[in-house]
Design a binder for this molecule. Structure first.
Ligand code: IPE
Ligand code: IPE
Ligand code: MG
Length: 268
């Protein structure tokens, strides 16, 4: 596997510990982390990564102390305002996975504005995971499919991977190729549970505020050295069987648009 990852996802962990070991408040770690975000996004775009997804705030993070949640929301709003011109000039299109509607209105509006302002970007898609939970995303998709079945628009046996994906907030993104977690922990903390099924996982002890372009380059280099087998044998992979069997990571472009359920309902 010598190609570069199309979709890189990052669990940006370690802001709090980085701050505490320096005698700083946790929010100062988050502020410093925002600078690492800027550098990483720019580097990814320059490297030709097509999709970058950043875990910025999980559903579980709502349970942190109120002052910390508020600081994170303020930082996010500030990031959205300060970076929008730069992001647009780099050709970066911003989107959100998770539940943007859960955010306080000032932050939500700043992010919505960022999404609109960068909507013509065609170099890289930057997805911010906000109030995101992998389990929650799957539960909501299951609920949407159940509602379609209940309304007589879909038969249970018609539910397949593609239809499930179509209901998830990640439906515009291809599968994750490379998942990086900073901060030294080797866990996924409810991030992209479905979409990272065959991702290469890379855990680094570097705390997020100290993550630099060279760390990203190093991670991509490690990825390039991996053989992705998708359940096959190495011999099969080398004979080209992964591509032949269509086993490489899911790409929405390879699939038809979501089924036109309403047309079907009208016809029946
Ligand atoms: C990640 O850093 C940022 C968010 C979860 C928003 P943490 O705040 O989790 O930092 P640590 O893990 O406590 O060091
Ligand atoms: C994951 O980090 C969430 C984000 C990076 C936004 P956490 O710090 O919340 O995860 P745990 O608590 O270590 O699993
Ligand atoms: Mg953490």
């Amino acid at each position: 596997m010598k190609t570069q990852p199309r979709h890189v996802a990052i669990i940006m962990d370690g802001n709090g510990r980085w701050a505490r070991t320096r005698g700083l408040q946790r929010y100062e770690g988050h502020a410093q982390g925002a600078r690492a975000v800027r550098d990483t996004v720019e580097t990814a775009a320059r490297l030709g990564i097509e999709y970058l997804t950043l875990y910025a705030f999980s559903v579980a993070n709502w349970q942190r102390p109120r002052v910390e949640v508020e600081a994170l929301m303020r930082l996010l709003a500030r990031f959205a305002k300060q970076e929008r011109a730069e992001l647009r000039s780099l050709g970066i299109r911003v989107g959100v996975i998770g539940s943007l509607e859960d955010l306080p209105s000032t932050t939500r509006h700043a992010v919505e504005d960022l999404i609109r302002y960068t909507s013509t970007g065609d170099r890289m898609t930057l997805s911010l995971a906000l109030s995101y939970g992998g389990r929650q995303d799957m539960v909501e998709a299951a609920r949407a499919l159940a509602a379609q079945v209940h309304a007589g628009l879909l038969l249970p046996e018609e539910i397949d991977e593609e239809r499930l994906r179509a209901q998830m907030s990640t439906h515009r993104l291809p599968d994750v190729d490379l998942l990086i977690r900073t901060g030294g922990e080797a866990r996924v903390s409810d991030f992209l549970l479905f979409e990272a099924a065959y991702a290469e996982l890379l855990f680094t002890p570097v705390m997020w505020p100290e993550f630099r372009p060279e760390h990203l380059l190093e991670a991509i280099d490690t990825y390039r050295g991996k053989e992705r087998r998708f359940g096959l044998t190495s011999e099969q992979v080398q004979a080209g069987a992964v591509d032949a069997a269509g086993l490489s990571a899911f790409d929405p472009k390879d699939h038809l648009p979501a089924p036109q359920l309403l047309d079907r309902a009208r016809a029946s």
